[in-house]
Design a binder for this molecule. Structure first.
Ligand SMILES: C[S@@+](CC[C@H](N)C(=O)[O-])C[C@H]1O[C@@H](n2cnc3c(N)ncnc32)[C@H](O)[C@@H]1O
Length: 419
C-alpha cells in the first residue's frame, strides 16, 4: 500500500455509504502547492429519477456535472484513489464519516454516533452558482481577506461574503438589459474595504463581459482607500477600480484625483451608484448622488439611520402620539424608524422618476440590515400617485425626511403642486 492510500476496508466502507441507502453528500478537499481543490457529490432529482451532481472547485473555478449511478461510481473511485493530504466528509442519514490524510500519509478515520436523519433528494437546479463562484474569484477573495491562504472563506468574513454575493445577484438582475458594449461606470459610496467595489469590477468584466467597466470607490477614511487602491493594483485592476478619499458631501465626480495619482480625472455621469451599509445619512447622500449624477441604476443596502429617531423621540408629532405604545420601546422605535426611513427613500426616488423596489437581500439571521433598495430610472418624474403617497406618509408623521431636505431643489416643483 502506498503512503496515504486508504486501506481496502475503509475504501469499501466509503463505497457502501455513498452508493447505498440514505446517502446525502460526500466532500473531499485536497490542498496542494498552496491551492485548494474540492469535489463534492450529492444525489439530485432530475426528471423524477435520481442522479448524482458533482461540483468541482479548482482554485476558485467551479464546474458542476450530473452523472448516472455508473458515472457516480466511477467518480467515487477517483475520490478514493486521490493522493496526498486531504479531508473527506461523507454524510448519510445514519451518520457521518470523516477521513483525514496528513501530509505524512497518516490516515485517520472518525465516525459520528448513529443518527436518524432524513436524506432528502433535492431537485438538481436547487443549487445555483453564486456570483462569486461563477468566475475565478480566488485572487479577489484572498487579496481582500474574505478567504484565507487556502481559499476557504474565513468564518469571520462569511457575513460579508454572503452580502457581496447577494448584492451581485441583485446587480445582475438590475442590469440584465444593459448591452455591455459601451463604457459603464459604477460609483460605490462609502466603499470601506472595497469588498463590493472590487467584486463588482471583476464580476461585470469577467462574467457580464462588460467591455469597458470603471468602478470608483469613495470613502472618507484614508486608510481604507489606501488599502483598497493597493488591492486593486494587486488584482491588475489599475485604472479600472479607482478610489477617492473624500466625504460624499464634497466629492466631485466631474473632477477628482484618484488615490495614489497625481492627476485629476473627470467622469461626466455614473451609470450605477451603489452603497452597502454606508453609515447613517451617508446612504441618503449616496441616493442623492445617484440622482444628481443621473445614474440609471441605484442599488443601496442602507445602514441604520438616526435622523427620524431623533424627530420621533420627543413624541410631539401627531403620528407619534398614536404610536406611543410602540415608540416607548427602544428596539421597536428603532425598527419603525428604519422602516419609515426606507419607505420615504423609496417614495422620493419614485417621485424623481425611478422604478423602485424594496427587497430583502440577505437572511435576517445574518444581519438586521438586510433591506435593499433597487431603483431604475425610467418613469415620468412627479407622478401624482407617488407624490400623494409620499405626502400622506410624511404628513401623518409630521417629519421632514433628511433626503427630502437634501434634494429640495429637485423635489420642490413636484411636491409643491400637491401640498
Ligand atoms: C459600515 S462601512 C461599510 C463599508 C463597505 N461598503 C462594506 O460594506 O464593507 C461604512 C463606510 O462608509 C464610510 N462613510 C460614512 N459616511 C461617509 C461619508 N459621508 N463620506 C464618505 N464615506 C463615508 C465609512 O468611512 C465606512 O468606511
Amino acid at each position: 500500500m502506498e503512503r496515504g492510500e486508504l486501506d481496502a476496508a475503509l475504501a469499501e466502507e466509503i463505497r457502501a455509504r455513498t452508493l447505498g441507502e440514505g446517502f446525502m453528500k460526500i466532500v473531499q478537499t485536497v490542498r496542494r502547492n498552496g491551492k485548494t481543490f474540492r469535489i463534492s457529490m450529492r444525489p439530485v432529482a432530475i426528471g423524477g429519477e435520481t442522479r448524482y451532481q458533482a461540483e468541482m472547485v479548482d482554485d476558485g473555478t467551479v464546474r458542476v456535472k450530473n452523472f448516472d449511478a455508473n458515472g457516480a461510481a466511477e467518480g467515487l473511485e477517483e475520490i478514493i484513489a486521490q493522493k496526498g493530504a486531504r479531508d473527506l466528509h461523507l454524510m448519510t442519514a445514519k451518520g457521518d464519516l470523516h477521513v483525514r490524510v496528513t501530509r505524512k500519509g497518516h490516515v485517520m478515520a472518525t465516525r459520528s454516533a448513529e443518527m436518524d436523519r432524513v436524506a432528502v433528494v433535492q431537485p438538481h437546479d436547487r443549487v445555483k452558482k453564486t456570483p462569486l463562484a461563477s468566475f475565478n474569484s480566488s485572487a479577489l477573495l484572498r487579496v481582500t481577506g474574505l478567504a484565507d491562504g487556502d481559499g476557504r472563506i474565513r468564518a469571520s468574513q462569511r457575513g460579508k461574503y454572503d452580502q457581496v454575493n447577494e448584492f451581485l445577484k441583485v446587480v445582475d438582475d438590475v442590469i440584465k438589459d444593459e448591452p455591455g458594449d459601451r463604457p459603464f461606470t459604477v460609483v460605490d459610496c462609502g466603499c470601506g474595504k472595497a469588498y463590493l467595489t472590487l467584486a463588482l469590477c471583476m464580476y461585470l468584466a469577467e462574467v457580464k463581459k462588460f467591455a469597458d467597466v470603471r468602478v470608483v470607490g469613495v470613502d472618507r477614511r484614508e486608510d481604507v482607500v489606501a488599502a483598497a487602491s493597493k488591492m486593486a493594483g494587486q488584482l491588475g485592476l489599475d485604472g479600472k477600480a479607482v478610489f477617492a478619499k473624500a466625504d460624499l458631501t464634497e466629492f466631485d465626480l466631474a473632477k477628482f484625483v484618484p488615490f495614489g495619482c497625481d492627476e485629476a480625472i473627470s467622469i461626466e455621469r455614473a451609470d450605477m451608484v451603489v452603497s452597502l451599509h454606508a453609515c447613517d445619512t451617508a446612504t441618503d447622500e449616496a441616493l442623492a448622488r445617484g440622482v444628481e449624477w443621473r445614474a440609471r441604476y441605484i442599488v443601496s443596502a442602507p445602514c441604520y439611520q438616526h435622523e427620524l429617531q431623533k424627530a420621533l423621540g420627543g413624541g410631539a408629532a401627531k403620528g407619534a402620539q398614536a404610536f406611543a405604545g410602540l415608540l416607548r420601546h427602544g428596539i421597536l422605535r428603532e425598527r419603525l424608524c428604519d422602516l419609515l426611513t426606507d419607505a420615504f427613500r423609496a417614495q422620493l426616488l419614485r417621485i424623481l422618476g425611478f422604478r423602485t423596489q424594496v427587497v430583502e437581500f440577505v437572511s435576517p439571521d445574518a444581519t438586521a440590515r438586510n433591506i435593499l433598495l433597487r431603483a431604475e430610472f425610467g418613469v415620468k418624474p412627479g407622478q401624482a400617485a407617488a407624490v400623494s403617497e409620499y405626502l400622506d406618509l410624511r404628513d401623518f408623521w409630521q417629519v421632514t425626511p433628511w433626503l427630502e431636505t437634501r434634494l429640495k431643489g429637485m423635489l420642490e416643483k413636484h411636491l409643491v403642486k400637491y401640498e
